[in-house]
Ligand binder design. Structure first.
Ligand code: CS2
Ligand code: MN
Length: 365
């Protein structure tokens, strides 16, 4: 497994590349051109600038998260072809800079959704929290106001330009069913995957977070069954998944270990994090430790180990600990602890497999 870390870019993150350099075993930066709205082509010069900065600090830029999809593509509007062409050119530009994996999602209007960014736990840490009954009751506009205007930085998935036409967007999606969304995804993939395959890029769709419909908007990438379906839409290694244990794990029915074993060759990128799920469907993000949440992180790492996983992994979100002021879910400390937990499990599996004397050699290879 190749460890990577999400970073939002200079002046756009409280975490620095110097900090990341000191987390053991991190080889690459997961990045994006966050200033560009969905639907724009990513210029090669801008991409090369990020590459230069990251490489100067010893990191590769193999993984991009995300190249966001314009709503017209998800809505299946005639204008989608223009945006698909731009998307293809972005893929080509990224390939030229050496990028290997592009993460994206296909959620209408909203990306991830929570009701509280700073829910306090007993130990004084805070974390992202989802209160199911509240989402059922709250006016989406009120929630947007609370989340999007709560923080100093624009949050990915909650960019102002994405949300400024919220009323119109809700109207546009009014008659869009899950089947329609599947058809629009199929149309998109049929054009994008050959382009990605030609330049050696793997596309990796991120599951919906949370994995169920919200505010009457359809959501389709929610389960093992839907992951199988998306992979079969265009059955090619360039059509892959970003397997996010936290997103899928919000529904305890999702057996993530089974998904890893079912599609070992179609997971170029893994997000690993834990959530504690309550009976009423609320959930809170916890530390990575298996014991702290509802997701069997040890079992997940073991499944990756058993299937010979050689893709990219990042700790997804972290809690806010030690009074860190940071982007919600994207502080330095808890994600670094998460990485050390993942390495601890991984290295002990290596010892078990090869014997202690061979362990160092195998870990280094
Ligand atoms: C991420 C998602 O921060 C997060 O919640 O897991 O925003 C993720 O980057 C996108 O859904 C991927 O397209
Ligand atoms: Mn994720």
């Amino acid at each position: 497994m190749k460890m990577v870390f999400r970073w939002y870019g200079e002046g756009n993150d409280t975490v620095t590349l110097e900090h990341i350099r000191q987390i053991p075993g991190v080889e690459g930066i997961v990045w994006a051109l966050h200033h560009l709205p969905a639907g724009e082509e990513w210029p090669l010069e801008d991409i090369m600038e990020v590459k230069r900065i990251c490489e100067k600090h010893g990191f590769h830029i193999d993984v991009v998260e995300s190249v966001n999809i314009h709503e017209d593509i998800k809505l299946g509007l005639p204008s989608r072809d223009l945006y698909i062409e731009r998307y293809k050119r972005t893929i080509e530009n990224l390939a030229e800079a050496g990028v290997k994996v592009i993460c994206y999602n296909f959620m209408p209007v909203f990306d991830w959704l929570r009701t509280d960014l700073y829910k306090e736990a007993e130990d004084g840490s805070t974390a992202l929290f989802y209160e199911h009954a509240k989402v059922d009751q709250i006016d989406p506009f009120e929630l947007v106001d609370k989340i999007a205007n709560n923080v100093e930085f624009t949050m990915p998935g909650w960019e102002p330009e994405r949300l400024e036409h919220l009323t119109k967007l809700f109207e546009a999606y009014q008659n869009v069913t899950e089947d329609d969304l599947w058809n629009h995804l199929h149309y998109f993939l049929e054009q994008i995957i050959p382009a990605a395959a030609r330049c050696g890029i793997k596309m990796a769709i991120h599951p919906d977070d949370p994995p169920w419909p919200i505010f009457g908007l359809p959501r389709i990438i929610t389960s093992e069954e839907s992951i199988g379906r998306v992979l079969r839409l265009v059955d090619h290694p360039s059509n892959g998944v970003t397997l996010c244990s936290g997103s899928l794990g919000a529904n305890p029915k999702n057996d993530i270990i089974q998904i890893i074993k079912a599609y070992p060759d179609r997971i170029p990128f893994a997000h690993i994090r834990n959530v504690k799920v309550y009976d009423n469907q609320d959930f809170i993000e916890t530390s990575h430790r298996t014991k702290d949440g509802s997701v069997d992180i040890c079992g997940i790492v073991k499944a990756y180990h058993e299937t010979g996983f050689s893709g990219y992994v990042r700790p997804d979100h972290g809690r806010h600990i030690w009074n860190e002021a940071c982007r919600p879910g994207y502080g330095l400390y808890d994600r670094a602890l998460g990485i050390m937990y993942l390495w601890g499990v991984w290295d002990s599996l290596e010892i078990e497999k090869r014997g202690a004397s061979q362990c160092l050699k195998s870990i280094n290879s």
